[in-house]
Design a protein around this ligand. Structure first.
Ligand code: TXA
Ligand code: MG
Length: 319
């Protein structure tokens, strides 16, 4: 049976010890909750894949307390360093080449020559990583193909029978997974959109142009069906169906005829909408609505990440 533990110093030390002993520990970050394992321990990594039902070709992100720690495992070029200095700790993941003596076990990286690395900003995550003293691989703490968790209860509900420990935090403040940037080449490319926006990144470095980006292979996991809620989601608000909920955005032109309305942000704030998206989808799923219709969200800034998640959720529900 899973236990949700308060983030006291004592509990953090205990859970760090459990992690070093090869157990899995779910912990909060500012993006979504992660399912942590000692990145140097092959059997712990294999448990992550089996608990999530995750294909072994989909590599994990390694988490650190600092750029200096990450540098022990991957090679930073000047551009990657500039990004790390600008946005870490924070909701950004960099894909970089392995160091010759990289500590991350190959089982966590699908045998790739690169590792995705991140330094989260969340206070509890940082204390936990510090206490762990090893790099921690952590995918989002959800069954593969389901919504990412933004509250401890989401993990207890969907993985509760399969893991023993959850470190308790508040609701995730960002609410969407980190922005992933491939920084192996001369010009970095965004592989996955998050709340750290293209505009913010371009204030620091020049990116490969959007056209090239869209033609490139995405992060391996992006090929898979993702973020599907267990009820159909439509990206149009025409013809409300019985039992269907409306996911609204903004204060204007809210369509009528829906049984239930949840507004991602009445003020049209894309960051507020990002923070609410997965939480609202979890709630609607719990309430057993028969479907979800979604109002359009502007495709700028954090809206790009939001729309990406919505498209995937809609595609996932076709079958
Ligand atoms: O916000 C986040 O990033 C959360 C928190 C817990 O840190 N983690 C997360 O992990 O979203 P996950 O496993 O759900 O998504 C990781 C993504 C996958 O799409 C994977 O394919 C990609 O990162 N990835 C990992 N290593 C990669 C690599 N070496 N090259 C390209 N993509 C990689
Ligand atoms: Mg995930």
């Amino acid at each position: 049976m899973v236990q949700i533990l308060a983030p006291t110093e004592h509990n953090i030390a205990d859970l760090a010890r459990a992690l070093r002993a090869g157990e899995l520990v779910a912990f909060p970050t500012e993006t979504v909750y992660g399912l942590g394992a000692d990145a140097t321990n092959e059997s712990a990594i294999k448990k992550v894949y089996s608990v999530k039902g995750r294909p072994s070709i989909n590599p994990l992100i390694a988490h650190y307390t600092s750029l200096e720690e990450a540098e022990k495992d991957v090679i930073f070029n000047d551009v990657a360093r500039a990004l790390a200095q600008a946005f870490w700790p924070g909701p950004m993941t960099l894909v970089l080449p392995r160091q010759p003596y990289c500590r991350i076990h190959a089982a966590a990286t699908a045998g790739l020559a690169t590792v995705a690395v991140r330094v989260p900003a969340h206070d509890i995550a940082r204390k936990f990583l510090q206490a762990a003293g090893v790099p921690v691989v952590a995918p989002s703490a959800n069954p593969s193909g389901h919504l990412s968790p933004v509250r401890a209860e989401h993990i207890a509900r969907h993985l509760g029978g399969k893991i023993s420990w959850i470190l308790q935090g508040e609701q995730a403040t960002q609410g969407l997974e980190s922005t992933i940037i491939d920084a192996t080449g001369a010009l970095p490319r965004i592989l996955r959109y998050g709340t750290l926006t293209q505009e913010m990144i371009e204030e620091v470095v020049k990116l490969a142009d959007a056209h090239t980006t869209s033609e490139l292979p995405q992060a391996p996991g992006m090929l898979l069906k993702h973020y599907a809620p267990r009820c159909p989601l439509r990206l149009t608000t025409d013809n409300p169906q019985p039992g269907e909920a409306l996911l609204a955005f903004g204060a204007q032109n809210i369509p009528t005829g829906f049984d239930l309305v949840m507004n991602l942000s009445t003020t049209g704030d894309l960051h507020e909408a990002s923070r609410n998206l997965f939480d609202f989808l979890h709630q609607l799923e719990e309430r057993g609505v028969t479907g979800i219709a979604v109002m359009p969200v502007p495709d700028v800034g954090a809206g790009k990440a939001l729309n990406d998640k919505l498209r995937r959720a809609a595609a996932g529900s076709v079958q």
